[in-house]
Design a protein around this ligand. Structure first.
Ligand code: EZ4
Ligand code: CO
Length: 403
């Protein structure tokens, strides 16, 4: 019995908002879990403080599965991003505590390392094809083996994935949503042009990825997948909104471009048909938004049975705590594919000291006991919460669209 004696939520904004759950035990060990849900942070903070923490005090921190089931089944109201992010925070904090108690890095408890490092992809982007390719060359110089490419769309004032600050893209940039304008007709020819130029400049010895960010219909996605085929993309991400899982049958039937989806999913039920029908190649749901290590493990096992690999979301709105936990998972999981890695700002890294490190295109979780990520609470307190939401997107005639 390792009694949970306290738990609290820390909200901090070292450049962007992060919600972190800290669980303390009688033995003096503490564990951390990320609970950040971009643009809706305080909903998860309240869910934890008002509805979860009172249920944790006095329980045995070692009973991770029982506590997971208690929070999932016990709430009666299942699933949803707020609930599952809160459960994830508890789950990861408890895995952190268990690994610290064992004196082992978390990946050892999961089954040990399956590989020497975790291949990551970085984000190269630019207003023009030339600028994006120039950025991609810089990522390759930094050692990256895989690079996501996004470019501005001629005729549109701004688009998803293109930032002024090249290393730290942050779309949640205003208290009330920024409004973007979208035209699929203008966008569709740009991605193949970008990939053609990138292959010319970078050659074939680097993986290239692209994110369509939920903006296409299945038949448009099928067309884009086909047009990208000559450039052998590693994946086409979020081609179409995936509430309708059967929609991916249509894309699948028309293209051999590998498909990745799932960063907005929160349980295995969001991906069951996609995985069982082998309609995708990579599942992107990650630790914080998918119910923690205990639930991601179930998703990964189902995926393994169906030739689907992991490709976890790793944007800057997932805190270093999530990244640390994800890297232990990645080092172990047999059907690992790739891990997204957007660098956090130096301010964020200072608030969350961590054992993971980047080297030659790979991240390694490090050998610290637990997941290897801590929080400097005194420093965190210097960065109070600032309201920030993700942008919205409208078609040129004003119709509200998917961002
Ligand atoms: O828009 O993390 O692949 N990465 C992405 C991200 C998401 C943000 C949302 O919070 O799609 O940029
Ligand atoms: Co994405």
């Amino acid at each position: 019995m390792l009694k949970i004696t306290g738990a609290r939520v820390v909200v901090t904004c070292p450049g962007r908002n992060f919600v972190t759950l800290k669980i303390e035990t009688a033995g003096g060990l503490h564990g951390l879990g990320d609970a950040t849900l971009n643009g809706r942070e305080l909903a998860v903070a309240s869910y934890l403080t008002d509805h979860v923490i009172p249920n944790l005090i006095g329980r045995d921190a070692h009973r991770i599965e029982d506590i997971w089931q208690f929070l999932y089944r016990g709430a009666y109201w299942r699933r949803g991003p707020v609930t599952m992010s809160a459960i994830a925070a508890v789950d990861v904090a408890l895995w952190d505590i268990k690994a610290k108690a064992a004196g082992m890095p978390l990946y050892q408890l999961l089954g040990g390392a399956s590989r020497t490092g975790v291949m990551v992809y970085g984000h190269a982007n630019g207003e023009t094809v030339e600028q994006a390719v120039e950025q991609a060359l810089r990522y390759r110089e930094m050692g990256y083996k895989a690079i996501r490419l996004q470019a501005g769309v001629p005729g549109l004032p701004s688009t998803y994935g293109v930032s002024k600050d090249k290393l730290f893209y942050e779309p949640a940039d205003a208290a009330l949503p920024t409004e973007n304008v979208w035209s699929t007709a203008k966008y569709l020819p740009t991605a193949p042009r970008l990939f053609e130029a990138a292959r010319e400049a970078l050659g074939w010895d680097v993986h290239l990825l692209h994110d369509a960010h939920h903006r296409l219909t299945p038949i448009e996605a099928a067309r884009l997948g086909r047009d990208l085929e000559p450039y052998r993309p590693f994946w086409l991400e979020d081609a179409t909104p995936a509430e309708n899982q059967a929609a991916f049958r249509q894309i699948r039937a028309h293209t051999t471009t590998p498909l990745a989806v799932g960063e907005v999913f929160n349980t295995v039920w969001d991906a069951k048909q996609l995985i069982e029908e082998q309609l995708i190649d990579y599942i992107r749901t990650t630790i914080v938004h998918g119910g923690g290590i205990s639930h991601l493990r179930r998703i990964a096992h189902l995926a393994e049975l169906n030739n689907v690999k992991t490709g976890f979301h790793g944007a800057t709105d997932l805190s270093p705590v999530c990244m640390g936990a994800a890297l232990h998972f990645d080092l172990w999981v047999p059907n690992f594919g790739i891990q997204e890695y957007m660098r956090h700002t130096p301010e964020t890294d200072a608030v969350f000291p961590h054992a993971y490190r980047f080297e030659a295109g790979e991240l390694h979780p490090g050998e610290a006991a637990g997941h290897g990520v801590d929080i400097d609470e005194a420093l965190a307190a210097k960065y109070p919460y600032r309201p920030a939401q993700l942008p919205v997107n409208r078609l040129e005639d004003g119709t509200l669209f998917n961002w």
